[in-house]
Write a protein that binds this ligand. Structure first.
Ligand code: TYD
Length: 237
């Protein structure tokens, strides 16, 4: 399957059209950004590590009954996926307090959240991805109440599958962001699942192993991502 025109170039991935109108090639680039693009870098090997972790997690979710866009890994940086009609809504689940939740609500970082918190954000860089409610989604037509219910249920199902997967590998899944789209009318998990879009802490020491390493200058991001892959048993070239 060959890459044709670029459909969309995001901050860390490019989506390419293929000869099949229902399939897209996702390229994981080495570009890394944080703070709404305020801090950027190109980090050798980051694309291939994220591509490998994403493929591993998506296959795990698919096997557990979560419908995903994943079809197959093509090479180090490329994955073949179903072409979805994406909804402009980001779903976040938090098992522990961190990041914007602490800033917004003054909760102490690391506090356990039972039940986990579920939040919605609008996917809109110009508006800095503001937090939104179901009411905004319905009124402005970003997603229907039924679609949101399905997205929330799937997001929690992902938590039930991934929390133990990461814990068995010695990591706490602190929080993560998911994006969904429609494929022939079915709600399907799209985008990616990699350390770029979640928080992972060492289960014993709470050492950060995710993009906070880059955001907060805590060390070598690629080494941390490599460690995540290694702990999950994901083989890297
Ligand atoms: P959050 O704490 O709201 O944001 P910040 O990264 O600014 O502190 O993010 C919660 C989790 O969701 C975190 O793992 C990052 C991820 N996320 C994204 O990857 N992209 C986004 O646009 C948003 C809103 C969250």
């Amino acid at each position: 399957m060959d890459k044709l025109n670029a459909l969309y170039q995001g901050k860390a991935k490019t989506a390419w059209e293929t000869s099949d109108p229902d399939r897209v090639i996702m390229e994981f680039r080495n570009d890394t950004s944080a703070f709404d693009g305020g801090k950027t870098a190109s980090l050798e090997r980051k694309g291939l590590i994220n591509s490998a972790v994403d493929s591993f997690v998506m296959q795990h979710l698919e096997a557990a009954g979560v419908p995903t866009h994943f079809e197959r890994r093509i090479d180090a940086n490329h994955v073949l996926v179903k072409r979805l009609q994406m909804l402009p809504v980001e779903c976040v689940v938090r098992n522990r307090a961190s990041g914007s939740l602490c800033r917004r609500l003054g909760v102490e970082e690391g506090a356990e959240l039972n039940p986990p918190v579920f939040e919605l954000f609008l996917k809109d860089d110009a508006l800095h991805d503001p937090m939104i409610t179901q009411s905004h989604c319905v009124t402005f037509g970003w997603a229907s109440a039924e679609q949101l219910a399905e997205m929330e249920a799937l997001t929690h199902q992902v938590n039930d599958v991934l929390k133990p997967l990461f814990l068995d590998a010695g990591m706490i899944l602190v929080d993560y962001k998911l994006e969904f789209g429609l494929f022939n009318g079915q709600m399907v998990l799209g985008d990616e699942f990699s350390p770029d879009g979640c928080r992972l802490w060492d289960a014993q020491t709470h050492r950060k192993l995710d993009k906070d390493v880059f955001r907060q200058d805590l060390g070598d991001l690629v080494e941390s991502y490599q460690e995540v892959a290694h702990r999950l048993g994901v083989e890297l070239p």
